[in-house]
Design a protein around this ligand. Sequence first.
Ligand code: NAD
Ligand code: LMR
Length: 340
Amino acid sequence: AIALRRGATPCSLPLRRLFSSEPIPDRKVAILGAAGGIGQPLSLLIKLIPLVSHLSLYDIAGTPGVAADVSHINSKAEVTGYQSEEQLGQALEGSDLVIIPAGVPRKPGMTRDDLFNINAGIVKSLCTAIAKYCPKALVNIISNPVNSTVPIAAEVFKKAGTYDEKRLFGVTTLDVIRAKTFYAAKAKLPVHEVNVPVVGGHAGITILPLFSQATPGTNSLSDEDVKALTKRTQDGGTEVVEAKAGKGSATLSMAYAGAVFADACLKGLNGVSDIVECSFVQSNVTELPFFASKVRLGKNGVEEVLGLGSLSEFEKQGLESLKGELKASIWKGMKFAHEN
Ligand code: NAD
Ligand code: LMR
């Protein structure tokens, strides 16, 4: 018997869930690169998402240990681990969402583009397998350089005849998370109430936080403060690379960001309304074929790519200055996919 708490209404959340006629769908999430610096904490966080019924972990090394470890957590998702390339099909089959953090990270002194030569091939081969084994899955690309790896994925899917621009996402959530953290601290606002859109791409000046649209707004920041916050957000990845001094780049904050974005994608797939996150997607917002901006997520992935809104003069300048680099990175990715 269910006793109603004093004051609880019949439509309070637990009861609504209990009597809801709509079952929560089973969702399989695959992580490719699951045994890496990002992959391990990401596997942990995805295991905790109640919407996930099957967590499929794939890496070229170390997967059995990670899968055994994570599988002991008493949350809903069943965990399976796959290691050899022959098992990649099994790892992917039936996936609703595939997250890719496979690839090498930066060391001090490197740019994200310096990772291109190794990571382009990794993303290409993993996306070739996605086209074959789970062509309808949403794909979240974390591997750098995101500004090039997302166009590579798009070209691989086009070649395979499976491309659906609504299902391909470059994960830029870490830029949003950094912008929120730095803004809240500087403006002395409660960080959990803060939101800051970040547009453009995911490298250096292509990362453009829109502090003029931050909520809650503030009058306490000078133009110099906004410039410094912008620079810190753009250099956030490098700040971590330098602090780790040769032991890789952001893994823990990235795993958190990856889980936030994956959760949003799953909610969208399940028909939850008004799920909006920034992501690097195929876009008409500017003249560039891919661009990060706010995206409304729905049952088919991208439901709507939202426009930029009104920008400050400083942000307008930032937008114009990022286009050259972003365009070159996009073309580099497309060219690689065509030639290889
Ligand atoms: P890592 O070296 O710790 O882990 C990478 C993992 O990928 C390793 O376990 C490796 O075995 C695996 N791997 C390599 N080739 C593979 C393949 N063909 N198939 C499956 N797995 C494969 O690196 P990391 O710190 O986890 O970073 C991974 C990537 O994420 C890097 O490219 C990094 O630059 C990027 N990154 C992106 C963001 C972002 O905001 N988008 C943030 C942080 C890091
Ligand atoms: C980040 O922003 O932390 C990642 O893109 C990793 C990196 O190389 O900076």
